[in-house]
Structures are given as structure tokens and as C-alpha cells.
Design a protein around this ligand. Structure first.
Ligand SMILES: Nc1nc(=O)c2c([nH]1)NC[C@@H]1CN(c3ccc(C(=O)N[C@@H](CCC(=O)O)C(=O)O)cc3)C=[N+]21
Length: 297
């Protein structure tokens, strides 16, 4: 059996199309343009590329895009001042502070300074609590993207065994909450899990989010299971170049799984599409207007 390859790039384009329609309707009917602000501290080249592509896609769906680039040496007070300004700006509906932050800045404190209604990353403590208790929340983009792909592929996820490998606040924990919300039986595995291959063998859905290149092996996968690969790891090639690989060993997993997301072109593009979807959702909520129900949980 060879797995169906879930085309995240195409699915993300479709989601962005739906966001663009929602934005056009807000403009036509209410004269409102959703606005997204991205705050980047320091000069990490990988982050700069990512921020640039986010800005381009934000404008492509018809939203206002704002970037704040701050020096790596900015003080906590200086960064909080920028966040306060964006919190108070009625033309901004979404705020994203690019992580990780330099070591001298307390990222929990910074994230919790964002107005939770504008927290399109879903990292504010209030959104984390809302998601965990089943209240309307802003949902972290990567897990939201993964869930939308799983729902699209399977229809209902009810009763399925899901194993999430990784327990980060950004992916593993919110992913587990979303799968639980869709009535999966959820196991969160991590670096201390005993007999990880055996745990994974029981899964109908495997979400690999550990940050270890090509760790999950094909012989860990139950035949026909769905593999969602959240990893984005740049590794060296023998010829001196680099390539992107996921946390699953694609070559062996694709032979056993029923469906798999590739890297690149899987979860990554969906993360950005969901950031735009969350910005549209935040804008609708801020204006007490109906929100697009296919783009939220
Ligand atoms: N507050 C915050 N929120 C984030 O969501 C956030 C962040 N900080 N910091 C950095 C990471 C990284 N991230 C990516 C999103 C999409 C791709 C993506 O689309 N990747 C392409 C490949 C890109 C390439 O070729 O390098 C793909 O997987 O197909 C990658 C990385 C979001 N992040």
C-alpha cells in the first residue's frame, strides 16, 4: 500500500481563497479591512524569510499587513510599548510576536501582554485555558492547520486513536486538545515515553512534532494510519547543500501509512493559511459579525 499524499500546499491555497472571500465581504458589506501586525525582534535570517512571506500572503488575501522590526537589544519595556500600541489600534485585529525571542526577554510575559482577542497565535494564557475548557478561543495555527487537514481527509475523527509525539505549548499540547475536542482517544508521547514505537503502532492518527529529523519509522506505523508531520528540519546533504525533512522518515512511512503530509508542502503552508484565517476570525469577533465556520474549530 502506498499512502495518499495530503497536499498541504493546495489545501492552504484553498483556505486562503476562503479567507480572501471573507475579507472581500467584510469590505463590501461593512467597510472593514482586517489588519495583521507581525513583530520581529532581531535579525535571524530564517525568521526574516518567514515574516516576509507572511506579509506577502496577508496582502494577497486583501488584509492590511504591518511589520515592526525591533533591534535584538530592545528592552522588555520597549517591546511591551509596541504591543500596547498595537492593542489600542482599531485597524489591527491580529498581533503575532515572532518566537523565539532573545534570551533577555521573558516570552510568557510578552505573549500575555497581547490583547487575547488579537492573539492570532493562540498562545496567550487566556486562549490556552479557553481551548482546554472548550470555550471559544484563538487556536494555535499549526495544530489548527493539522486538524483542518485531518477533518478534510477523514470526515469525522470520532473514536480514532491519536498519538501526538511532542508536548510543546506551541504544537503538542494544543494539538492534543483539538483531537480530544473531535472525540479522539489521545496519547501524548515525548522523549521519556517508554516503547515509543509500540505506542505509535496503536495509532490511527500520528502527529509527529518532536523536532527530531526523520525519527518516526515506517515500521512504527499501523498499516493505513494517517501521519501528520509537523517537523521542519534543515539537514545537510552529502553534496554540501541542505534539504528540509520532517520528523517522520517519509520514505519508509509512505509505504505503510494510509495518508501522509509531506515536508515541505504539508503542515507548513497550512500554518500561514491558518494565521490569516485567525486574523479574519478575530476581526469578525471584534465587530460582532458572523465568522466563517469552516476556518475555526
Ligand atoms: N509566534 C510565532 N508563530 C509562528 O507560527 C511561528 C513563529 N512564531 N516562529 C517561527 C515559526 C516557523 N513557522 C513556519 C511556518 C510555515 C512554514 C512553511 O510554510 N514552510 C514551508 C517550507 C519553507 C521553506 O522552504 O523553507 C513548508 O513546510 O512547505 C515554516 C515555518 C511559524 N512559526
Amino acid at each position: 500500500m502506498t499512502a495518499t499524499v495530503i497536499d498541504g500546499k493546495a489545501f492552504a491555497a484553498k483556505v486562503r481563497g476562503q479567507v480572501a472571500e471573507g475579507v472581500a465581504r467584510l469590505k463590501a458589506d461593512h467597510d472593514i479591512t482586517p489588519g495583521l501586525a507581525v513583530v520581529l525582534v532581531g535579525e535571524d535570517p530564517a525568521s526574516q524569510v518567514y515574516v516576509k512571506s507572511k506579509g506577502k500572503m496577508t496582502r494577497e488575501v486583501g488584509m492590511k499587513s504591518v511589520e515592526h522590526r525591533l533591534d535584538a537589544s530592545v528592552s522588555e519595556a520597549g517591546l511591551l510599548e509596541v504591543i500596547e500600541t498595537l492593542n489600542a489600534d482599531p485597524t489591527i485585529h491580529g498581533i503575532l510576536v515572532q518566537l523565539p525571542l532573545p534570551d533577555h526577554l521573558n516570552s510568557d510575559l510578552v505573549i500575555n501582554a497581547i490583547d487575547p482577542a488579537k492573539d492570532v497565535d493562540g498562545f496567550h494564557i487566556s486562549n490556552v485555558g479557553r481551548l482546554a475548557t472548550g470555550q471559544k478561543a484563538m487556536v494555535p495555527c499549526t495544530p489548527l492547520g493539522a486538524l483542518l487537514m485531518l477533518r478534510d481527509h477523514h470526515g469525522s475523527l470520532s473514536g480514532m486513536n491519536a498519538v501526538v509525539i511532542g508536548r510543546s505549548n506551541i504544537v503538542g499540547k494544543p494539538m492534543a486538545q483539538l483531537l480530544l475536542g473531535d472525540s479522539c482517544t489521545v496519547t501524548i508521547a515525548h522523549s521519556r515515553t517508554r516503547d515509543l514505537p509500540d505506542v505509535v503502532r496503536g495509532a490511527d492518527i500520528v502527529v509527529a512534532a518532536v523536532g527530531r529529523p526523520e525519527m518516526v519509522q515506517g515500521d512504527w506505523i499501523k498499516p493505513g494510519a494517517t501521519v501528520i508531520d509537523v517537523g521542519i528540519n534543515r539537514i545537510d546533504k552529502p553534496d554540501g547543500g541542505t534539504r528540509l525533512v520532517g520528523d517522520a522518515d517519509y520514505g519508509s512511512c509512505v509505504k505503510v501509512a494510509g495518508a501522509i503530509t509531506p515536508v515541505p508542502g504539508g503542515v507548513g503552508p497550512m500554518t500561514i493559511a491558518c494565521l490569516l484565517a485567525n486574523t479574519l476570525t478575530a476581526c469578525c469577533r471584534a465587530n460582532a459579525l458572523a465568522e466563517p465556520d469552516t476556518l475555526t474549530v
